[in-house]
Design a protein around this ligand. Sequence first.
Ligand code: ZN
Length: 331
Amino acid sequence: MKPAALEYLACPDCGGDLELAVTVAEDAEVITGSLACPPCARQWPIHGGVPRFAGDIAGIEARTASAFGYEWTRYDELAARYRQQFLDWIRPLQPADFAGRVVLEGGCGKGRHTALVAEYGARAVLAIDLSDAVDAAFANTRAFGTVHVIQADLTRPPVKPLADLAFSIGVLHHLPEPQTGFVALLSRVRPAGRIAIWVYGREGNGWIVHVVTPIREHLTSRLPHRVLDWLAGALTLPLFAATRLLYAPTRGHRVAGLLPYAPYLSYIADFPFREQRSIVFDHLVAPVAHYLPRTEVAAWFERAGLADVTVAPHNANSWRACGRVPERANA
Ligand SMILES: [Zn+2]
């Protein structure tokens, strides 16, 4: 944790300033120490360079954090292809929209998007994740002086309402109540700031909802992660063969329309085996996954009174949505 993070961090209970105590520092990073809110008599540890606000979590949140903590410390590398993927998920935002901004990321995983936003020139990136993936994110973004990785529940972000832009890619649909996460992130965006999200769609995912979801909920999300990882490897063999032999060669041709899930599977057809395996693992590991109809996503933005709202399909199976907080909405 860089001491500069104190400008943005806040007590998750009262919203007040935090006091930093340093035990071990390395270069510009506080590796070990603590943060405290004296009025609330609360204290949170910093270890491994990351402030830890998560505390003791239990139940479905703990299972979800364990699942994605395993995934992103196992598949912890950053790949060049993430660049275009991020732009596809975040549209209509462009790299220039991040330059000079204070950015809040809800659910940073291994920091794949955090690093890009830092590269785009964000003034500060506050990257929150509940899981141990923060250790991978910290390692992957340590070179950027503007990145602050924080282990915390995104429904109670320990940050001040100073964000010019909040975004969340592939995370809100794994919360017990996705809209709660959306509202929590939005509460930290300043007037005239923006929020952008990408979530699974109900439309285009009938097969997943009816066939994969029961298997995931009752079986695969309950398997030991190492066993599921092996299973994901086995299931990826036919997927990898199909994407390479059917979806990649037919991309852009009319015949592709005859193949199931063509927009999505064509999109990932060039991904290496290891990446496809991590995607299969990802789809089978989550205890909770909501597949959201367009009307529901649009309703979040409408209820929040956001302006300039766009809700657009991505790969015919998900929604990317963006909106702007009106001036003085939080005043
Ligand atoms: Zn407090």
